[in-house]
Design a protein around this ligand. Structure first.
Ligand SMILES: Cc1cc2nc3c(=O)[nH]c(=O)nc-3n(C[C@H](O)[C@H](O)[C@H](O)COP(=O)(O)OP(=O)(O)OC[C@H]3O[C@@H](n4cnc5c(N)ncnc54)[C@H](O)[C@@H]3O)c2cc1C
Length: 358
């Protein structure tokens, strides 16, 4: 029996599994879906779990089931591309004939001393649960620092504000404005929302060091906090660095035109681990997974594999449960929209994601 192993059952891995299971799987092939969690975690909503506005259960999605697919629960500790073997913290190693690596990303601490030790994160389900406890056990008037004013930082800051009116919430951002890669109109809207909701925004902050209850801006300014949440950048999970393959500046694996590791046609890389011409996103992971499925299915049928260019829609962000923003959808010719409509759209996208409607 040939093992087609999908490593990581997040947005990319689960989409790929669904796509493959829609086709006739060859009699000599079985699919093995591997994850350290017994369900898919909806990472795009981890900010709400951390703030306490969404429950653990709401962010879990069951894996697909099929006679030709098994799931393997476990923590992957190594990938040997030469011998085609995956090793686990516990249990037997797993051989593969074909493999898709879709293990997602972790925080990028940019070498800032103390950041890994003293900040809380929302990059994994387990870490987000810890962050939830830290934030929600705080006494009134305690302070939460959010490092990073991109999408995740903004969403968690707004959500904490809605969850805990009694806390001081502060965003520390390196740039001149929040959401620096979005249209200035959008940054203005978001900054105004934070002003109205009593969230402090500080720009031009250069975090040089983190300690137990503070961060340092440059060498001299000490900014205190009871909890500091890090949302200032991501990079692929550390297993990727151990593969000894070509990576881009963000650590993502450089791939051939069919999303395979060059020289290893049996290994695909999907989602946040893959070097794509976009920032990492669930949307990109799902779109890429569909194309990888096309390549694998073409192989099953003995056809020439080809992929379509990845087309992404825009980005939607939440400012609590009632307001939000969107860019890149071409909303009536506008580059961005704000308010209730994009927030409703975001809830709709989440619903579709939970029910695998693309
Ligand atoms: C707060 C927040 C908000 C976001 N909002 C958006 C948004 O609005 N729109 C959008 O498109 N994107 C958004 N993103 C980004 C999006 O969540 C990721 O880009 C997406 O999850 C990437 O999909 P993936 O399949 O590559 O990885 P993931 O979905 O992270 O899946 C990786 C899987 O691998 C498993 N895994 C990792 N390491 C191991 C191991 N060693 N052993 C076993 N299993 C392992 C994990 O458990 C996980 O299930 C957001 C991210 C965050 C944190």
């Amino acid at each position: 029996m040939k093992n087609l192993v999908i490593l990581g059952a997040g947005y990319g891995g689960v989409t790929l599994a669904h796509e493959l299971l829609d086709h006739k799987i060859p009699a000599d092939t079985q699919i093995i879906l591997v994850d350290r969690m017994p369900f898919q975690g909806l990472k795009t909503e981890y900010y709400a779990l951390a703030a306490g506005t969404a429950s653990d259960l709401e962010l879990r999605v069951k894996f697909p089931t099929h006679a030709k697919m098994t799931t393997r629960y476990g923590d992957v500790t190594g990938i040997n591309l030469e011998d085609k073997v995956i090793s686990f913290e516990d249990g037997e190693p797993l051989n593969y004939d074909q493999m898709v690596i879709a293990l997602g990303c972790t925080d990028n601490f940019h070498g800032v001393p103390g950041a890994a030790e003293y900040t809380s994160t929302i990059q994994s389900f387990t870490a987000t649960r810890d962050t939830y406890l830290k934030i929600n056990n705080l006494p009134p008037q305690a302070t939460v620092n959010i490092v990073g004013g991109g999408l995740s930082g903004i969403e968690i800051a707004a959500e904490i504000r809605e969850s805990r009116e009694d806390l001081n919430v502060r965003i520390l951002d390196r740039g001149e404005r929040l959401l620096s890669s979005s249209p200035p109109r959008l940054s203005k809207y978001v900054e105004e929302w934070f002003r109205e909701h009593n969230v402090e925004v500080r720009n031009h902050i250069n975090i040089s060091r983190v300690e137990g209850h503070c961060v340092y801006n440059g060498e001299s300014e000490r900014i205190s906090a009871d909890v500091t949440v890090w949302t200032a950048g991501i990079r692929p999970v550390p297993l990727i660095d151990e593969l000894n393959v070509n990576q881009d500046n963000s650590g993502r694996v450089i791939l051939d035109e069919l999303y395979r590791i060059p020289g290893r046609p049996e290994v695909f890389v999907c989602g946040d681990c893959a070097s794509l011409p976009f920032a990492a996103s669930a949307q990109a992971a799902e779109a890429q997974a569909e194309q990888i499925a096309n390549v694998i299915v073409a192989g099953w049928k003995g056809e020439q594999p080809k992929v379509q260019p990845l087309k992404l829609k825009g980005t939607l962000g939440a400012l609590g449960k009632k307001s939000g923003f969107g860019t890149g959808f071409g909303f009536g010719g506008k580059s961005s929209v704000t308010g209730k409509v994009p927030r409703l759209l975001k809830s709709g996208v989440l619903w579709m994601s939970k029910h695998h409607f693309g």
